[in-house]
Write a protein that binds this ligand. Structure first.
Ligand SMILES: [Zn+2]
Length: 126
């Protein structure tokens, strides 16, 4: 279980990583504009934005985004931010065993969903 200070640190890390991923995808300016227009400065998620549109063009754009490693990474970051905002009390718990993922691991890998033991098991199984 993370304390408030740790949570806000992870939030900052996630936002940094999100900005970095958006920049490398060439989407940063587009997103900054969308953020301003929606008035939701905390989290106006690119993926949510596209889900709202729901057009065929948007679906294609989404598919193209997810076809890249950076695009999938961005999705994981945003998913983690959503988890952090929606259920901060559960953030940092392993999705498989419920153990603490650990602050140091989250600092290095803020979108981590599994503790190191479960991650290793998963990789061995794969
Ligand atoms: Zn675990």
């Amino acid at each position: 279980m993370l304390n408030k200070k740790q949570l806000s640190h992870i939030e900052k890390r996630l936002l940094e990583e999100r900005a970095r991923a958006l920049r490398s995808l060439g989407l940063f300016d587009q997103m900054a504009k969308a953020d301003r227009e929606s008035g939701d400065s905390d989290l106006s998620v690119y993926t949510d934005h596209m889900a709202d549109q729901g057009t065929e063009a948007m679906e294609r754009e989404k598919a193209a985004l997810f076809a890249t490693k950076e695009g999938r990474y961005l999705y994981r970051i945003e998913e983690a931010l959503r988890r952090l905002y929606n259920a901060p009390e559960n953030f940092g718990s392993c999705h498989t065993c419920g153990a603490d993922v650990g602050f140091e691991r989250l600092d290095a890998l803020p979108h981590a969903r599994y503790c190191i033991e479960c991650k290793v098991k998963e990789e061995e199984a794969a």
